[in-house]
Design a protein around this ligand. Sequence first.
Ligand code: HEC
Length: 335
Amino acid sequence: MSTNGRYDTPADGGQYSVKDDTSPDGETSNAAHSANDLWQAFAASAGNAALRVVLTLAFALLVIVVLGQVSGIPAEAASMAASASSPPVDASSAQAASDDAATLASLPLSPIALSHPPQAADLASLRRGAAMFSTYCLACHAAGRVRFGQLRALGFSDAEIAATLNPSGAPLSGAMHAAMPAASAEKAFGRVPPDLSLAVREKGSAWLYTYLRSFYVDPNARMGANNVLVPDVAMPNVLAGLQGEQNAIFVRATQNASNTAEQTRKFVRFEAVAPGSMSAPAYDQAVAELVAYMAWMADPQSVERRRLGPWVVGFLVLFSFCGWGLMRSYWRQQP
Ligand code: HEC
């Protein structure tokens, strides 16, 4: 008979009846007893296994999200420290002074180390990056996978988008096309500037951050500028007004790989020749924000995802506790 309880109880109203739990006499000993039994019942039950799985999953998710949030920081810090010190120079730098500039320039450039951008993914940084991209990049490059209206996700109003971010006056539903037609760009630069929607996925943030800080004055280059990351680059140094002009110092380096001595040109450091409107740290920060915005362009859902993440994890944790409570109440009257 189970008229007064949730469980079917033996006809004699034995230990399963709810009456046992609520009877005033012997309540404490019953409670202690049943708590002990409860855990044994838990350990033996399949329900406990399911509960463990749910709790473990929720915990693992929590750990993944927390690690995801912080993991960037130590790596960034380490690489920033590394990029702050100038790259190592081998013994051959002693002969740099005697190097003939012309022969040095003809040597192949050995690859340079990439610098990682500092964190700049908050909305204010992304907004500044968006403004910079529209001002300095959209003239030549398209970002055809992104529509102007999507900039609302960064907190821009339609009026702001029209006034400052959309130089071509395209409709909000329109894709970000380059202001300069591809044919004229090819005529001017010899190459068509690539679409930058997915540049971060293709190259990585560190590559772009390094690229945009590595232009130097080169009178022999078609556009008067070259880049230590992309030798003989066709892109002009469009950010020179902000960064200022810099020369690049190279040395001759000899690489002894598998017994073949090969001469290369090794980048040592930059030397400022004309100041820009920004200090070096301010320029680095601005470029980091520009690259963060380009990362957003490659994955425009990221802002929404990051906003939702804590709620989802919170729900899972809450749900786990509810499940646990429910399980407890199911097994409460187990002997
Ligand atoms: C005046 C036109 C012009 C402007 C403005 C311009 N670029 Fe470029 N960009 C080019 C051209 C031309 C190339 C092709 C260079 C090459 O292939 O050598 C290029 C190439 C690139 C590449 C690819 C480099 C490679 O080797 O893969 C990236 C990334 C890039 N630009 C980023 C930017 C960013 C970011 C801005 C805005 C700050 C910008 N560009 C502004 C003309 C421009």
